[in-house]
Design a protein around this ligand. Sequence first.
Ligand SMILES: NC(=O)c1ccc[n+]([C@@H]2O[C@H](COP(=O)([O-])OP(=O)(O)OC[C@H]3O[C@@H](n4cnc5c(N)ncnc54)[C@H](OP(=O)(O)O)[C@@H]3O)[C@@H](O)[C@H]2O)c1
Length: 363
Amino acid sequence: MKRIALLGSTGSIGRQTLEVARAFPERLRVEALAAGSNTALLEKQAEEFQPGLVHVGEKGPSLEEIATHPDVDLVMVATSGKAGLIPLLSAIRNRKLVALANKESLVIAGKLVMEEARAHNVEIRPVDSEHSAIWQCLQGEKENEVEEIGLTASGGPFKDTSQEELAKVTPVEALNHPTWKMGRKVTVDSANLMNKGMEVIEAHWLFGAPFDKIKVVIHPGSIVHSMVKFSDGSIKAQLGEPDMRLPIQYSLSYPERWENAGLPQLDFASLSSLVFDPVDLDRFPCLRIAVEAGRAGSTYPAVLSAADEVAVDLFLSGKIGFIDIARLLHDVIEQHHQISEPTLEEILEADAWAREIAQGWSK
Ligand SMILES: NC(=O)c1ccc[n+]([C@@H]2O[C@H](COP(=O)([O-])OP(=O)(O)OC[C@H]3O[C@@H](n4cnc5c(N)ncnc54)[C@H](OP(=O)(O)O)[C@@H]3O)[C@@H](O)[C@H]2O)c1
């Protein structure tokens, strides 16, 4: 029986994690639930799973207390934005098993997080479907024999939308993802490929891969979740229906594979046409901006992530247009004076600075 703490239980990943827990009551015990504001749903979840620890808003034990509690074996970090970073670091320092959905933590402070993970001998289990795929492809392989990582992107709802039409995109249209049902922030990030840029940074830190070796490729079907090419030219890929419950389950079951408890499955005969296309960086500048910030390192990725949280909020509340998100990110990053080898405090200061500049941004 693994005792899990679920940070972000009311969100898309959180709710799907509870579906997995519901399917494996003899293997998983939900020991802690934490959410931001959705008290009504959290209460229902607590009634069903009877966790020992519950946090919502400012009430109950803090996220760090939950992430370090002796009754918890594994912490699933499924909060959105930067809220997951400090509890993630606390869980690692307390040598908990960690399943990580919250990619922003690695974007903001990937170097510090991975240094802590190495120092405390903690393996971070990726939940993001692409990183789960890469993780699975790398098992049993040598790091120096990895030639390239192929990070797949569905292309989102605007894959074929012209530059002119992108300028008119509404929040409702941006929230309508063709293959994945996710939280609002990650859905907008997926529509302009910012999410893919953040995933490149996430893959860089998780797998120690140089940016030059991580290639984004458009794959509209979202069946191949990612692939790895090795030195002999051989490619390994992981495939599955676009359903987050599978990578969530694997992050909880690893190193075992549990049975499929009713999740949709592919059959070999349906794999006759797998389509891949190159990515168009002119129409999706957020991808380029994110990867450049990742390459530049220091405090740039933290600034990128913070400014993006603000930009997505501004877009969803109708204050800026869809293509303004990239302009805002570009302008905030341009104004930033980087701090090399930043401490956690300096990273959090850069985050706060970026939020303030982004809030005041105008075209
Ligand atoms: N959804 C996906 O399919 C998917 C796939 C891959 C990766 N991810 C990543 O997983 C993370 C979660 O995504 P999501 O789509 O599940 O987001 P979401 O639906 O917006 O859910 C976010 C969760 O975090 C909670 N939360 C936010 N701020 C909090 C705080 N300060 N303290 C405690 N809880 C807080 C929210 O609580 P309330 O709602 O109660 O306020 C909610 O439970 C993101 O980093 C995302 O990039 C998601």
